[in-house]
Design a protein around this ligand. Structure first.
Ligand code: BES
Ligand code: MN
Ligand code: ZN
Length: 512
């Protein structure tokens, strides 16, 4: 991964391939942001004019590269847009800093070292710049995650090497707060990037067993406790939902429990992830145009796994238990048919009306199992419904919950870490649409509000009294259009930063 160093050197004298400065949109044209004073001086105090002449406006995400001036060590100056300049006396918004740093890091891919001279007023700003830069400096390397050496060797001529080193200027390396901010950013970005790697790995190289193996390997390294239920154990244990979805595939399903615990923890958080390593739709096969990106259907499980490792790396004073419901949804002679009735781990029966509504089936079993341990709160994360993408678009995830205060907290936390989300309801009137004449429930109901129907289905498998929330990340999990800010094309690592902050807040006793 890209390395990060803190430095109080002048932006003029630090040796680097490029020095990154911020430019904001002012009332009368672009303005150079604080942090770039030495660079501006080398341009005779005319950097804003030079940038304006080059067409720069300071708009969010805009990148302008220009040759350096005499007196600067770096041969190139990269000016990155910060969006509207803050009002006098106000600082820059954390998300504006993250995005600008990310866009700059992407523009420097292939380079060795970037000196980031963005506006850093305090350790919080340093954290934002570090996070954005490390998240922007990402590229998927084929085969890196699954020990597929041959593929790794042939692979990544495609995506180019990410920027190798980020030097963060204006950040005192020996200051406790700055140091902690940098360490957190490094751990967090590494784990978001771990989730991205897993999501980007093609389904033939990451089936449920290989995903479970990747968990075991990381668990060994980070001292996590694991338990893997294979298809035999799942069958014996009565996990009808996970088995019902996985039985059509040559690659059998797994349920993985991966747990971080702290000896002084007072609270336990259970995280449940949808881990469909490929979603063909099953017998209710998806049409062409809807299946090309379905390797991303394990993004929830990837986010949960990454969060547990992050909690361990950060040594949080909270227990975090991850449940990964892993299966491949395929059509075959052994696949579940539309109309089949499954007996779930909870004992409830479900009529499978549509085999493409598989996520809720694997999650149901994992949720029931997670509830048995009586965690203080449960959050499931899933690329669950196309309906949620229609409702909220490609950058915002939906939050549903059986506890309004918890839903509000999650929405606030997401905003704080720069993830777009929106609270969604679980309207009682939709419940009857999943009634079945032959089972306790059907796995599909009213089409309108399909994202909420899925949430209502999941709620049936959450123990009464348990505090539970459901994040439907179908929109933001996988970026099919161009990269922006610190978000690459492909797997994004959606929800990892929200879940890590939730774990931190729980550790600090900030939540209920
Ligand atoms: N994995 C899909 C949902 C999805 C859609 C994720 C687009 C990412 C992008 C899920 O398993 C699915 O197929 N859901 C169906 C449910 C329907 C059959 C009730 C859907 O949303 O169409
Ligand atoms: Mn599906
Ligand atoms: Zn799916």
């Amino acid at each position: 991964m890209t390395s990060l160093t803190l430095s109080t050197s002048s932006a003029a004298t630090l040796r680097a391939d490029a020095v990154v400065v911020g430019v904001a949109k002012g009332a009368k044209g672009p303005v150079v942001a604080p942090g770039a004073e030495a660079v501006d001086k080398a341009f005779g105090g005319k950097l804003a004019t030079v940038l304006e002449t080059l067409g720069a406006t300071g708009a969010d995400g805009e990148v302008t590269k220009l040759p350096s001036a005499t007196g600067l060590k770096a041969p190139v100056v990269l000016a990155v847009g910060l969006g509207d300049a803050p009002a006098k006396g106000d600082g820059y918004d954390a998300e504006a800093l993250r995005r600008a740093a990310g866009a700059a890091a992407r523009a420097l891919s292939g380079s060795k070292k970037g000196a980031f001279a963005l506006p850093v007023a305090d350790a919080g700003d340093a954290a934002a710049v570090a996070e954005g830069a490390l998240l922007g400096a990402y590229s998927y390397k084929a085969g890196q995650n699954n020990g597929d050496a041959k593929n790794a060797k042939n692979g990544n001529k495609k995506n180019g090497a990410p920027l190798a080193e980020v030097a963060l200027l204006g950040a005192k390396p020996r200051d406790k707060e700055f140091k902690a901010a940098a360490e957190r950013a490094i751990a967090l970005a590494a784990e978001v990037n771990r989730a991205r790697d897993l999501i980007n790995t093609p389904s033939n190289l990451l089936n449920p067993a290989l995903f479970a193996a990747a968990v075991l390997e990381a668990a060994k390294e980070h001292g996590l406790k694991t338990e893997v239920l294979d298809e035999k154990a799942l069958k014996k244990g009565g996990y009808g939902g996970i088995m019902g979805v996985g039985q059509g595939s040559q690659a059998p399903p797994r349920l993985v429990r991966v747990a971080y615990s702290h000896p002084k923890a007072e609270k336990t958080l259970a995280l449940v992830g949808k881990g469909i390593t490929y979603d063909s739709g099953g017998i209710s096969l998806k049409p062409a145009g809807h299946n090309e990106t379905m390797k991303c259907d394990m993004s929830g499980a990837a986010a949960v796994f990454a969060t547990v490792v992050a909690a361990a790396k950060l040594g949080l004073r909270v227990n975090v238990t991850g449940w990964l419901a892993l299966a491949e949804n395929m059509p075959s002679g052994s696949a579940t048919r539309p109309g089949d009735v499954l007996t779930m781990y909870s004992g409830k029966t479900v009529e499978v009306l549509n085999t493409d509504a598989e996520g809720r089936l694997v999650l149901a079993d994992a949720l029931t199992r997670a509830c048995e341990e009586k965690p203080d709160a449960i959050v499931d994360v899933a690329t669950l419904t196309g309906a949620m993408v229609f409702a909220l678009g490609h950058r915002t995830f939906g939050i549903m919950a059986n506890d309004e205060a918890f839903r509000t907290s999650l929405h606030e936390i997401a905003g704080e870490v720069g993830e777009q989300s929106w609270p969604m309801p679980l309207p009682g009137d939709l419940r009857k649409s999943i009634d079945s004449p032959v089972a306790d429930l059907a796995n599909m109901g009213e089409r309108m509000g399909g994202g909420l129907v899925a949430g209502i289905f999941l709620k049936e498998f959450v123990e009464d009294g348990a505090v539970w929330a459901h994040l439907d990340i179908a929109g933001p999990a996988f970026n099919e259009s161009g990269p922006f800010g610190y978000t690459p094309k492909g797997g994004t690592g959606s929800a990892v930063r929200t879940l890590v902050r939730l774990a931190e807040r729980t550790a600090d006793g900030d939540l209920g």
